[in-house]
Ligand binder design. Structure first.
Ligand SMILES: [Mg+2]
Length: 207
């Protein structure tokens, strides 16, 4: 297959839902009953404690606690299918190296690479990703330029905003991973609730 597939990292490959819930509870920002869904917790924290507190939660989950984040179901199968079908795949993430808000914190890119390492991304018998094919960009603009520069034919992201941007190359197939639904449906965006759905679409393969 002559596909070149780009994949976003945070909330597309990595799930922070359970971790955000845990950290926000530990910090005393939400009550136990809140749904373990990032969007709900973000809204609740912002509403009651303000955006700065939310930034602090994010600095914790993308930094020192990232090790506790989870690999989303179906992602491993996706990378195997790419390997079996000789599809080139890149991970392209908008991620600054350090928090813009909290000095002296952890290095987010290193935390992400460590997480990938622990989840067997770089093992031949694991997800078989090359480290050189993981790209971190400091801005969304940089991410969109990278998608273009690497010649992606498809891009998978959890945020519709990525596809709305005028810099998003128009010839690239837009695949939205939207596990909870609810994002407005843009023209030309293929929406999937699960990676099984994405794998089926790209590789005509069920489970
Ligand atoms: Mg994302």
């Amino acid at each position: 297959m002559d596909y070149v597939i780009g994949v976003d990292l945070d909330n597309t490959i990595v799930s922070y839902d359970a971790l955000i819930h845990k950290v926000a509870l530990e910090m005393g920002l939400v009550s136990e009953g809140i749904k373990k869904v990032k969007r709900h917790i973000r809204d609740a924290v912002r509403q009651v404690h303000g955006d700065e507190k939310w930034q602090e939660v994010q600095a914790v989950i993308y930094g020192q606690r990232m090790g506790e984040a989870e690999l989303i179901d179906g992602v491993e199968r996706f990378f195997r299918l790419c390997k079996d079908n000789r599809v080139k795949v890149f991970i392209i993430s908008h991620k600054t190296e350090f928090s813009n808000y909290f000095g002296g914190g952890s290095n987010f890119r290193k935390a992400a690479l460590d997480w990938m390492e622990r989840n067997n991304f770089f093992k031949e018998g694991g997800l078989a990703v090359s480290r050189a094919d993981v790209h971190f960009e400091s801005t969304r603009e940089g991410k969109l330029q990278r998608i273009r520069q690497l010649g992606c034919t498809h891009f998978i992201d959890d945020l519709e905003e990525t596809f709305c941007d005028r810099l998003f190359p128009e010839w690239v197939e837009k695949i939205l991973y939207d596990p909870y639904g609810g994002q407005g449906h843009l023209d030309g965006v293929k929406v999937f609730r699960s990676w099984d759905g994405i794998n089926g679409h790209l590789f005509r393969s069920g489970r």
